[in-house]
Ligand binder design. Structure first.
Ligand SMILES: Nc1ncnc2c1ncn2[C@@H]1O[C@H](COP(=O)(O)OP(=O)(O)O)[C@@H](O)[C@H]1O
Ligand SMILES: [Mg+2]
Length: 504
């Protein structure tokens, strides 16, 4: 007897149909599975047999052949446990075939027959929606699946699922109000209000976020670099629900989703020992890396000189394109990776160069070597460098309350509107993404500004690239002031944000 059950697999961040066909025939008892990688097949068999028995059903002592079609789609094993088990029972005529109609099933089985959550349920649910199907999912995945607005049937065990299909147990479709869910969790746990003093750093960060300029903070240990970095997502323009769904899809596939929907901008802080695959994404069945998990949010690379050079090099292309492209035999996979880069480093190997609290123990040669560890091309994608010095004890213990994130965000949202208007039809939406052509068109300087900039460049030994960067940042500073024209004060402020270019 032959049965067919519908399921879904994830490839990249999209759901694809998988049909689970089960044939039971006479022959030597055993299970063979076609369409899964070897290791996954073995593990699936070991789970499905006890799960069926422990749910109170006989496991057929026959030859069982299972086909997961299409064969050329790479699949992860565990999420097909439930459809395979159902297929076996249907082929044995425990469950009538017609009840499967427009249902799709995913779920991993535990040996006792309970159903465990799987990753990638959101993209799967989007697929099921496109087919106007109904989706049976593990209990803990129900919220995530329901975000797309389909009928979701959560099940806790194989037995429950079978009783539901046989009409012995009612399961009401699970629904969520995604706007409400989104609003409920769209609060950050930290706020810029908590950062005392540091007016220069605060201003530089406001400019950076306003124009989408990646930023590098240089300062001694304890200066508050990590504290500031963590608060950067809180001043970004409020997250729109479409952006949130896009982020949630990535986190769903990566298995890092906590709750139904990502409601705040991500903040990712990979350790400097991270591998390039973990940072960029990859693997046999490609999974998104940290840069995609930071999509629409902040990627914080603390102690950037400690990162492996190859790893930093690998960042370049995705930063340029806003996405990671991974090639596999079956075709390309794309993961979005439009993130805001925040890098931090000590000024020297010991950390205290230029600090008033402690003397630096490094030689000039050591300091130069340390700074050279950041690759030039990566530095080229960072428009703003700032020095962050440690707060004095008096300021640190004061009860001073500083401006909160919301007030900063309002100014940033205003300047982003100006930029979106300016770049209509150009394919970019903020000053940080301007190329040479855009610069010519949108950043016209008068003679006074040009002369001033030329003199400054000579004094600071800025390269041509540094020059472009100063103008871009000056454009943002002008936008924050709602000034159409870039003037001297904008340029001189922008010049201050190139501290890494200055010689020791
Ligand atoms: N400007 C500041 N306002 C309030 N607390 C601060 C400030 N700067 C540093 N601190 C305190 O010092 C701690 C260490 O700062 P941290 O961000 O880890 O420094 P860094 O990353 O530069 O080494 C913070 O957790 C915070 O408690
Ligand atoms: Mg730190």
């Amino acid at each position: 007897m032959l049965s067919k059950v519908q399921s879904v697999a994830v490839w990249g961040i999209e759901g694809h149909p998988v049909s689970v066909e089960v044939d039971i025939s006479r022959g030597i008892p055993g299970i063979s599975i076609v369409g899964l990688p070897d290791q996954a097949v073995k593990e699936s068999k070991d789970r499905i047999k006890p799960a069926i028995k422990n749910s109170g059903f006989d496991f057929p002592q026959s030859k069982i052949t299972i086909n997961l079609a299409p064969a050329d789609l790479r699949k992860e094993g565990s999420c097909f446990d439930v459809p395979i088990a159902l297929g076996i029972l249907a082929a044995k005529q425990v469950i009538p075939l017609q009840v499967f109609d427009d249902f799709y099933f995913v779920g991993e089985l535990a040996l006792d027959g309970s159903v465990r959550p799987v990753s990638g349920v959101l993209p799967m649910a989007i697929f099921v929606k496109s087919k106007r199907g109904k989706f049976v999912v593990p209990f803990s995945n129900a919220l995530e699946a329901s975000v797309v607005g389909i009928d979701v049937y959560p099940v806790g065990s194989l037995k429950e699922c079978i009783d539901f299909l046989l009409g012995k147990k009612e399961i009401r479709p699970f629904k969520c109000d995604r706007e409400k869910l989104f609003a409920q969790y769209s609060k950050y746990e930290v706020d810029f209000r908590e950062v005392k003093g540091q007016s220069l750093a605060r201003r530089a960060i406001e400019v950076a976020v306003a124009g989408g300029h990646n930023i590098l903070m240089i300062g001694p240990p304890g200066a508050g670099k990590s504290m500031i970095a963590k608060r950067i997502p809180t001043i970004f323009p409020s997250l729109e629900i479409e952006e949130a769904i896009e982020i949630t899809k990535i986190h769903s596939v990566a298995g890092t989703l906590d709750g139904g929907i990502v409601s705040v901008r991500p903040f990712r802080q990979p350790h400097h020992t991270i591998s390039d695959i973990a940072l960029i994404g990859g693997g046999a069945i490609p999974k998104p890396g940290e840069i995609s998990l930071a999509h629409n949010g902040v990627l914080f690379l603390d102690e950037i000189p400690e990162f492996h050079r190859d790893v930093l090099e690998a960042l370049r292309q995705p930063m340029e394109d806003g996405k990671v492209v991974i090639s596999r035999a079956k075709g390309k996979i794309e993961f979005p990776s439009r993130f805001f880069l925040v890098a931090a480093m000590n000024p020297c190997p010991c950390g205290y160069y230029g600090d008033s609290r402690m003397a630096c123990r490094c030689t000039t040669a050591q300091i130069i070597k340390y700074r050279k560890k950041i690759s030039g091309p990566l530095l080229d994608r960072i428009d703003i460098h700032i020095e962050v010095s440690a707060l004095g004890s008096k300021q640190l213990v004061s009860d001073q309350i500083c401006e909160d994130s919301e007030s900063i965000r309002k100014r940033i949202e205003k300047s982003r509107k100006i930029q979106i208007e300016r770049f209509k039809g150009t394919g970019i939406f903020c000053n940080g993404h301007m190329n040479t052509k855009h610069l010519k068109q949108f950043c016209v300087l008068d003679d006074e500004c040009k002369n001033f900039l030329q003199r400054a460049l000579e004094q600071m030994h800025l390269s041509a690239r540094g020059y472009d960067r100063v103008i871009k940042v000056a454009r943002t500073i002008a936008d924050l002031e709602e000034s159409e024209q870039i003037n001297l004060s904008h340029i001189s402020e922008a010049l201050q944000y190139r501290s890494f270019d200055r010689e020791l």
